[in-house]
Design a protein around this ligand. Structure first.
Ligand SMILES: [Zn+2]
Ligand SMILES: [Zn+2]
Length: 233
């Protein structure tokens, strides 16, 4: 686990990151691919926390690399799953990908798509989404987590702003491997770029991504600059 702020941690599962908020009880944000539960639990233990204290799972969107282990973790710990209501409809049916999706340009995206995405299972184990989230919701965790509906990559994608920590969990709003870049796939790229602009209007110092490295300083300004570059293209 990498500590990002006093209450926010990132757990890297290799091709995807998940996040942990340590408040009274733990909140797990995203769950990795199917079969990631033990890997997540051992990372939490290694970080000195008890995975038995996870009180809820928040999914940023339905994609199988984020929601793939939600059913298993929810069942093992008997805890509720939260997700935006639009992607919740897919998650409850066990569908991980809303088709069609469009590949972003560039060799890195082509490689990611052909190595990881093309042959991967688009289905997930279905799980009940007990709490359906909407734009502007504020969850009473870590002083208030604001739900920012950021459609485009997926229609029910959310970014999560942990105001008191100055952290945005941007998930697949964009990626950050060697600098900020578009996500590999979009349902609607233009809408995804618009959502990036929407999220960048909020104030936060750090941003965390499903794929790639955290931005640890001036993150809202960096996202704003990236957004301005994209709309100028
Ligand atoms: Zn995704
Ligand atoms: Zn992803």
């Amino acid at each position: 686990m990498k500590q990002i702020s006093s209450k926010v941690f990132q757990i890297s599962l290799g091709s995807v990151n998940v996040f942990l908020i340590v408040d009274d009880g733990l909140t797990l944000i995203d769950t990795g691919m199917k079969g990631s539960a033990d890997k997540i639990f051992s990372a939490i233990k290694k970080g000195g926390k008890d995975p038995g204290n996870i009180k809820r799972i928040i999914l940023t969107h339905a994609h199988p690399d984020h929601s793939g282990s939600a059913a298993e973790i929810s069942r093992r710990l008997n805890i509720p799953v939260f997700a935006h209501y639009i992607d919740a409809a897919l998650i409850e049916k066990g569908v991980g990908v809303r088709e069609p999706t469009y590949l972003s340009p560039g060799i890195i995206n082509w490689l990611i798509y052909n190595i990881f995405i093309k042959r991967s299972d688009r289905n997930i184990e279905p799980v009940l989404v007990e709490k359906k989230l909407s734009d502007h919701d504020i969850l009473p965790i870590a002083g208030g987590i604001q739900v920012i509906h950021t459609p485009g990559h997926s229609a029910g994608h959310v970014a999560l702003l942990i105001k008191e920590e100055g952290v945005l969990i941007a998930a697949d709003l964009c990626a950050n491997f060697v600098g900020l870049a578009l996500s590999t796939v979009y349902e609607d790229k233009d809408l995804g770029v618009k959502s990036l602009g929407k999220a960048a209007e909020f104030k936060f110092d750090k941003a965390l991504f499903g794929h790639g490295n955290p931005l640890e300083k001036d993150a809202s300004q960096q996202l704003k600059n990236f957004y301005n570059k994209l709309i100028a293209e």
